[in-house]
Design a protein around this ligand. Structure first.
Ligand SMILES: [Zn+2]
Length: 435
């Protein structure tokens, strides 16, 4: 049992807040009538006075491998046609293998946990033909698990051979989650999904074959669309818009989450909503890449569940989800109504979880997974703040949580990883990529 006591405010979900105590037992949130008796029972107690408690954050769109390749020369302020080969050359130099994937994932998940991300969806796109893809997937899963985080590993594709990609996705499921019916491990720590990078890079055959793998094992499907470059390439290649193609190819459906969605029309928003598709906003990638701003408020107003993702280190050099939630608030008024802090927090928690088909994540109602962040708001950066929940995002950009809990276990305590050493994690990556 773990008890959090004396919180200034607990964000239970988008419409419920209270102060006081929160009790976790057997990995879930439980009713806490008489907390003093529960504490007497034993178990750990975290003092949250001067702190706001939120659900653990869910990063709905990341590329953990890119954590090893940030601020690369030739990747900033350049068109996608230049960005891709520059990144590919850097990958090739380091080697796309289980060892580098493990080290990069360790960095990315450590960075995430230290900034409150308890679940990360890793859309892995780098698969050299003939590589041991099961070993790469196992390496990433092992890294995230070793630090105590939850992982959604997305077997992505980017110009992969369709048959090879589908066989690899199947093999990854068989090796990591044998016999699964919903793509989620019994302890909820690992989920598998499939995801072509987009119609700009992958063929109809890839989308259809990965959909078959998903249907066979009950996996969620994830892709990217309407980064402006995607729209341009779809028009050049097919004379169509990306969402028209996704619809034809059977990829506008309730089990599909689409990231980016910068250049969407009102008609397309209505079609996404009607199809039950969920969305992921990734402004920390979309802005530096020059892709534009997704109309988040219009997507939400249409009833679409919108999550939040950082995307990878190759475009967004940070993996700090709350920093990007703040960015989302700052830019929303440029394309529509403002985005409130509580709505941005909802996107970074329940909104992201909805797209993953994980109703137990992203909130702290009784029965929810015991994933939470304890944010200390007693310092000068929060002094003068009238609303400590709104202040989580508006004040103190880049803030880190004091404590992070996943499945009822403390994985970050007093701003430090419990199960990993930051210096070792950093040195391990540097020894492999030569920085
Ligand atoms: Zn992305």
């Amino acid at each position: 049992m773990l008890t959090i006591t004396g919180a200034t405010q607990i964000v239970v979900d988008e419409s419920t807040e209270r102060h006081g105590d929160l009790v976790f037992r057997d990995g879930v949130v439980v009713e806490s009538h008489d907390v003093s008796a529960e504490i007497h029972d034993g178990g750990e107690v975290l003092d949250a006075s001067g702190c706001v408690v939120t659900p653990g954050l869910v990063n709905a769109h990341h590329h953990l491998f890119q954590s090893a390749f940030r601020t690369m020369p030739g990747t900033r302020g350049v068109p996608m046609a230049q960005w891709l080969p520059t990144m590919a050359a850097a990958y090739a130099e380091a080697g796309i293998n289980a060892e580098v994937a493990a080290a990069a994932a360790l960095v990315g998940s450590a960075e995430g946990l230290l900034s409150g991300v308890t679940t990360v969806a890793d859309h892995h796109l780098a698969w050299p033909s003939g590589a041991d893809t099961v070993a790469i997937a196992q390496a990433v899963a092992g890294s995230v698990r070793s630090l105590g985080g939850r992982l959604v590993f997305v077997r992505g594709t980017a110009r992969d051979d369709p048959q090879e990609a589908a066989a690899s996705a199947d093999a990854i499921v068989s090796a990591l989650l044998p016999g699964t019916r919903d793509g989620i491990s019994p302890d909820g720590m690992l989920q598998l999904a499939v995801g072509p990078a987009g119609v700009h890079s992958d063929s109809r055959e890839t989308f259809e074959l990965l959909a078959e793998v998903a249907a066979r094992h009950g996996l969620r499907r994830r892709t990217q669309a309407n980064e402006q470059v995607d729209v341009v390439i779809a028009l050049e290649k097919y004379g169509r818009r990306p969402l028209d193609l996704l619809e034809d190819w059977g990829w506008l459906a309730p089990d599909v989450t689409v990231a980016h969605l910068c250049a969407v029309t009102d008609d397309e928003i209505a079609r996404l909503a009607a199809a039950g598709v969920t969305a992921t906003h990734a402004p920390g990638c979309d802005l530096p890449m020059g892709w534009g701003i997704a109309p988040v408020m219009a997507l939400r107003a249409a009833g679409i569940a919108v999550g939040l993702g950082t995307s990878g280190g190759g475009s967004n050099d940070g993996g700090h989800l709350f920093a990007d939630a703040r960015l989302a608030m700052q830019i929303a008024p440029l394309v529509g109504p403002p985005l409130a802090a509580r709505d941005a927090i909802e996107m970074a928690t329940a909104g992201s979880a909805a797209g993953l088909g994980r109703p137990e994540l992203g909130h702290l109602r009784v029965g929810a997974a015991a994933d939470a962040c304890v944010w200390d708001v007693s310092g000068v950066a929060d002094a003068g703040v009238a609303d400590p929940v709104a202040g989580l995002l508006w004040a103190s950009p880049g803030r880190r949580p004091r404590h992070v809990i996943v499945g009822g276990r403390v994985v970050v305590r007093d701003y430090q990883l419990v199960d990993g050493d930051e210096r070792e994690i950093t040195e391990r990556l540097h020894s492999l990529v030569g920085r």
